[in-house]
Write a protein that binds this ligand. Sequence first.
Ligand SMILES: C[S@@+](CC[C@H](N)C(=O)[O-])C[C@H]1O[C@@H](n2cnc3c(N)ncnc32)[C@H](O)[C@@H]1O
Length: 279
Amino acid sequence: MYILFKKIFILLFFVSIILGNQLSKEEKDIILRSLSKEKYFLYQDIIINGQIVWQGVGPNCSQRYECIKKILDQYNRPIKVLDLGASNGYFSFRIAQDYQALCVMMDTSDRLLDICFLNNRLKGIVYLKQLITLQALSLLAEYEHFDIVLAFNILHHVSSCKQITDLLFKLGDIVIIETPPANDPRVHIKNNIPFLEQYLLAKMNLSGGKILGSILRPMPQQFDHISCMSVDLDLFNQIQYCENVYSKIFCFGTINNQMYSNLFFNKDIYNALGGVYYQ
Ligand SMILES: C[S@@+](CC[C@H](N)C(=O)[O-])C[C@H]1O[C@@H](n2cnc3c(N)ncnc32)[C@H](O)[C@@H]1O
């Protein structure tokens, strides 16, 4: 009975998408409950064809988008963006919606692939279901170059953190990095956080760059007991924030409006780096 119920809603959902309707509460609920609960599933807002169907419990997404918008707005041509540790795809889906862009996401979840299919009205989305490693990014840098690289709250999670950070400057003209500060409570489990912050501050002083914004950090592990998203579950208004703990959004590089980026992604690299979605 439940399966029949679910099938009817999925059918209704696709009909609403084709007709361009807003999703009903029931449709949103079916979608949220069906998405896989891999790591960080609650973290980012989830957007489906321009509608927010879930407000995430990580650092505030719309506030962070406003920070990077200051850079995006300075382009007067199409842009190619790499979104590392894309999570639920919030930044790429918004950029692809608001700008003429090709957004290439790298992460490891099946959930993000489902969210890509749900955003079937958007063009300019690539998903590489690929672990971020020095080897993978080196291969990518040999064949592709991006106007903007986004690395939000990801570099302290990867091994070879310093080498990967350095490589980002080869991958893109503009590199935007969000990283937690040394007084973040997560420092006990991610001990490269203070190094990364110092490294980026030193780089900024040495070769230029700026801070686009500071974002208040939610307390860690407060929603670890939650096992499923649903429309009636409003965690966003229950988030507790760390006192006086703000990430920094660093921005390095210069905007090049003379060059014209083609909005294509190399098919061989797509296949080599776990490409699962290209629209
Ligand atoms: C803390 S979340 C940050 C998400 C997003 N960038 C943001 O700031 O809103 C880290 C994300 O990176 C992904 N991730 C962590 N380590 C990774 C790795 N080595 N390769 C690919 N993805 C990784 C996780 O799956 C998760 O979606």
